[in-house]
Design a protein around this ligand. Sequence first.
Ligand code: T1G
Length: 697
Amino acid sequence: MSQVIQYERVGDIAVLASNNPPVNALGYDVRIGLVEGIERAEQDGAKAVLIYGEGRTFFAGADIREFGKPPKEPFLPDVCSRIEASHLIVVSSLHGTALGGGLEIALGSHYRIAVPSARVGLPEVLIGVMPGAGGTQRLPRLIGIDGSLDIITSGRQVGAKEALDLGILDKVAEGTPREIGLAYAQELLDSGAGRRPIRDMDAPAAVDFDALYEAVLKKSRGQLAPAVAVRGIQAACELPFDKGMKRERDLFMELMATDQRQGLIHAFFAERTVGKLPEIDGIAPRDLNALGVIGGGTMGAGIATSALLSGLNVTMLEMTPEAAAAAKGRIQKNLGGALKRGKISQDKYEDLTEKALSLTTSYDDLGDVDLVIEAVFEDMDVKKTVFTQLDAVCKPGAILASNTSYLNVDEIAAVTKRPQDVIGLHFFSPAHVMKLLEVVVADKTAPDVVATGFALGKKMGKVSVRAGVCDGFIGNRILSTYRTCADHMILDGASPYQIDVALEKFGFAMGPYAVADLAGLDIGWAVRKRKRAEGLDPAARDSTYADKICEDGHFGQKTGMGYYDYSAGPKSRVPNPQVIPLIEGDRDAQGISPREFTEDEIVRRYMASMVNEAAKVVGEGIALRPLDVDVTLLYGYGFPRYRGGPMKWADMVGLPELLADIQKWAKDDPYFWQAAPLLEQLVAEGRTFDDLNKEAS
Ligand code: T1G
């Protein structure tokens, strides 16, 4: 008998309880245990069967760790069909998150009950596949096409109340899954209810599935799974059940073989591994109840908003009462958005803005905070002044963090008497929306301070990535390189508009120039001026057209004009007519004869520069593992998730091919195209970035 499915008789009811932590994933032992349990119940005279999960949740889906390995019978669709075929009444009792194969097990049952906090869903498209155990065949028969399309193509979770209203659940009741499941099964027996196989229900009438397929494909920006899942639902409407199941399986196996499935599964596990660091393993974070925020501009207000929503009290310091009032207004505006979207109640809004938040112009009011985040002007002297004052007023053990996006945290720590308590916490704008947090560890930062940085990130619902100290840490350093690569292609003949289109076809939500317009061209302008002031290597290519766009006062969306003309609205993609002449003038001044670029070459160069810089970042220890770079680019820079991140993408393209490109281009520009030593080493050893991830875990 299976070790993970416990069998028990309670009167006429056979109980199958799954105990496969952490999420009752439907691995081989669970599947074989369910089949054996059903057979045993039928042989020993039970009249009904109850299936539920011990621990935190009902089955949360197939065991994703088995993906890519040879499948082992009994396959999940066969387990669901075996449950459905039983001559006994089968009840599933749900709690936690009954997702994917978990919900499909419940749909193979004849009745479904849940506790009020239960959530159900078919999130397979989020990991690059589609329901493959009858979900696309049974759900449409149970709730119709519209609900099935929404749930299956979005992969969203559905709360118990909505699931009841849709007809996915038959009952919602207070109690433990076991209690409510036994009571419901007994009620069904007492009432003489019969079996109710969904496969015998009428399938919904077909609709224009070709149009639906195209619409879903367009919305998914190149990701295949949601659209292919539409074909599964189509099979439910057009084929007999068993043929529909076969069609679903074939479509599922097609998706299993795609790079997109590999990329999305990699992203799933990478975002869970990135917070696991040997240096903080077993290290307790410091207490974290009261937060200080210095500077109430866009970033400071966003950080304060995120902290308030996570349950922290916040003391915000500004220089003047007027600035403090303006900062409070920004926070109220941010929280007003959460109120409007129903994320918080009016009472909660008032509690956060009137009780949990306090504003001050005096450093003395920061004496009791556990952690302070400085979010003032990006100038080293200003930051040193702030940290000197914080060092003087904050209690011993208080953590002093800087939100700097590129300045040297070691240098900031050096002005304090507590360098071990200093860390970088680089949030991304808008800080109450963007999930990425770079936890920048300086030379003297104590391990429990690092652990506290990750604890704060988790509390704020962020995805935290450990970064070392360098100009731009992980994300901005790599961004600077691939943006430079794009600028070089413009000097050599490509247009910003062609580059944006090429990268949007690759899967980015926005190309680099549309992104620059959104962020503000003045930011890049300031970085270029700073780097020139620091002294550019004479071998580095430079350009002036982008500066000239800014000198004309065009900073992008915020001024209505940048690379694009926004007079027709923020979504406008009308090129600014002044840009091409400025580029042509720059080429002439540098004696460059422009050449044609294909979209393929644009992507290859752009991506090769991104991967090469990322390999330097990993090789220098700024990022712990290649997966840390993947998570950074996925969560902070709009990298298409179905490609897994730049390092996963590079492994799938092949590192030797990438290195060969870089070595070829180095002949024209040896300064920019200096191959990363780590990339050369991996190619020489026949290894991949994923090999490094495995070695580091
Ligand atoms: N398989 C294997 N491990 C899983 C898993 C799964 N399905 N789900 C979670 N884990 C691990 C996870 O890696 C982590 O491990 C631990 O459990 C806690 O997860 C045929 C084929 C369930 C909502 O897509 O959405 O069914 O890091 O940190 O935040 O149609 O996990 O502790 O070692 O995320 O509370 C469909 C994926 C599969 C659900 C819980 N199901 N999981 O979130 O904890 S495909 C899914 C989640 C399928 C069939 C198809 C979440 C969660 P570790 P966690 P959480």
